[in-house]
Design a binder for this molecule. Structure first.
Ligand SMILES: CC(C)(COP(=O)(O)OP(=O)(O)OC[C@H]1O[C@@H](n2cnc3c(N)ncnc32)[C@H](O)[C@@H]1OP(=O)(O)O)[C@@H](O)C(=O)NCCC(=O)NCCS
Length: 256
């Protein structure tokens, strides 16, 4: 994402963008890929998840300490609720939420300008990448020897209601290569196919929440970290009666 002809480069523009704009665009697309409902209440986004790990997830971007502590108190009074904070240093909020546990740590919020990616439909036909889409979301599947080797999803997320430089965006989600097929370039192929699909439908900006493993893949593919993320959780209650899958309770990225 180098600058050309003295113009500011897109990466710099996105990094300078208000983090809440980027997070709102991400949350809209993330909720869309998973068919969840999302509401904005002032600066807080509330997603109704109704999953094994949580009923609700509140999302806050770059909060001040009072704002975070106030919402943490509300979350602590409910069961099965997550509070996810996006910040350059989200761990500083731990002391402000003594009643909450950490549900997920180590994720990064990443962006990439994709508007100059050339759209090439042939990419979608190679290597057994199959895309099923409904016009707004696409799910890719890559098979090797009759087995599903890698999967991923993307949603067109539109522009944040706060405006700004984000532009039409695409949110990538649930990128996964099955363990025996890793480090063979398949995660990259899934990302390429989904990017082609999104670019062909007008997306300019890619957004995603990356697990530590995913961060290595996306960094290699030219994505940049714009903030860190930590998800806090309230005590479990009766709504937490889904599958007792420890992994499902410790990551947002592939389960739920
Ligand atoms: C992250 C994941 C999708 C990567 O899939 P993959 O098919 O192995 O990725 P690729 O083979 O295309 O990797 C491309 C490059 O990314 C980097 N990379 C990917 N996985 C890496 C790892 N575990 N360690 C270090 N670098 C890694 C490397 O630079 C790699 O190139 P190289 O193999 O030539 O060194 C896979 O490890 C996975 O499914 N993990 C569990 C689920 C998950 O965390 N998904 C991400 C959700 S955000």
């Amino acid at each position: 994402m180098a600058a050309r002809d003295g113009c500011p480069d897109d990466g710099a523009a996105m990094r300078a963008a208000d983090l809440p704009q980027l997070v709102e665009a991400w949350a809209g697309g993330w909720a869309c890929t998973r068919k969840l409902s999302l509401e904005r209440i002032d600066r807080v986004l509330r997603i109704t998840v109704n999953g094994a790990s949580r009923r609700l997830e509140y999302v806050l971007a770059d909060p001040d300490e009072d704002e975070f502590a106030g919402l943490a108190k509300v979350v602590a009074q409910q069961s099965d609720v997550w509070l996810t904070v996006f910040s350059s240093d989200p761990n500083r909020f731990r002391l402000l939420a003594p009643e909450l546990d950490v549900a997920v740590d180590g994720e990064a919020f990443m962006v990439r300008s994709i508007k100059d990616v050339q759209s090439d439909d042939e990419v979608l036909m190679e290597d057994w990448v199959r895309i099923a889409d409904d016009g707004r979301t696409a799910h890719a599947r890559l098979q090797r020897g009759g087995e599903i080797a890698a999967i991923g999803s993307v949603a067109l997320a539109g522009t944040s209601s706060r405006g700004g430089v984000v532009g039409p965006s695409a949110v990538f989600d649930r990128i996964e290569t099955m363990p025996s097929f890793r480090r063979q370039g398949l995660g990259s192929r899934i990302m390429e196919a989904l990017t082609q699909w999104a670019v062909g439908r007008g997306a300019h900006t890619g957004l995603l929440a990356a697990s530590p493993g995913g961060q290595r893949l996306y960094t290699k593919l030219g994505w940049e970290t714009v903030s860190r993320m930590v998800s806090f959780r309230s005590p479990p209650g009766t709504a937490n009666a889904g599958p007792d899958d420890a992994a499902a309770k410790t990551t947002r990225t592939v389960q739920e």
